[in-house]
Design a protein around this ligand. Sequence first.
Ligand SMILES: C[S@@+](CC[C@H](N)C(=O)[O-])C[C@H]1O[C@@H](n2cnc3c(N)ncnc32)[C@H](O)[C@@H]1O
Length: 249
Amino acid sequence: MSGPSSSANRDAYLDLLKRAITNYLYLGSDEPPEQFRCVTHYELAEGRWKIDPLARPLTLLTRAQLDLIESSVLSVHERGVPGDFIEAGVWRGGAIVLMRALLNAYGIEGRTVVAADSFEGIPKNVRAKNDPVDLWKDRWAASLEDVRGNIARFGLLDDRVSFLVGYFADSLKSLAGRQFALMRLDSDSYDSVEESLVYLYPLLSPGGIIIIDDWHLVGCKTAVMNYRTRVGVSEELKVHDGNAFWIKT
Ligand SMILES: C[S@@+](CC[C@H](N)C(=O)[O-])C[C@H]1O[C@@H](n2cnc3c(N)ncnc32)[C@H](O)[C@@H]1O
């Protein structure tokens, strides 16, 4: 009797994992996973993004945004782009769970995943004025202990995941000399996105992929456009379900 192929098993594992980290499994009701968003809306009076309080998702990302991580990992792997994977701005660590799972699922050797965060939330802008992110009451804080626990519960906390703890302005410079094939910047504010670019983009290998999460946020978008102009980044920027990305040439 023949069973499912190993690629069918792999796809089923990754599909289930994506349903779990978004908490679609329990809260998606009848809507298809492609339509599910755990954040419903921004409550202006409260200055908060609204999530079902029972949901406790491990990531804010949509299915399409998680799929972009998977296709990017595959792309850099298949093209032999050297380097590790990093997310700068991890919140509860769901995207890190996926990146680490992808190493197993595709049998990728010799690469690790870095989770960089203050683990204390988004700091207020110092350089940027009038960034609406500064009005948010919720700073999206999750502790290192919580994030480690979230990854461990998937059986994925090992020496191929490392944590860089601290505010980007201080912490990211310690990565100098490292090489990354995939970087995902998800820190919302002008200052934080700018700092991520200044310290991380030079570490992206040629052929590597950069994903910017918050393309709908004016501070993030301005920081990216300013950086691209200042440094002369001319690679075509594409947008996929609210995430911007490009391949460094
Ligand atoms: C919206 S959350 C990230 C969401 C996450 N990637 C996910 O999958 O749901 C933004 C994160 O960026 C972190 N962050 C923002 N600015 C930072 C900075 N300057 N230094 C360190 N962490 C920062 C916050 O602590 C928070 O965890």
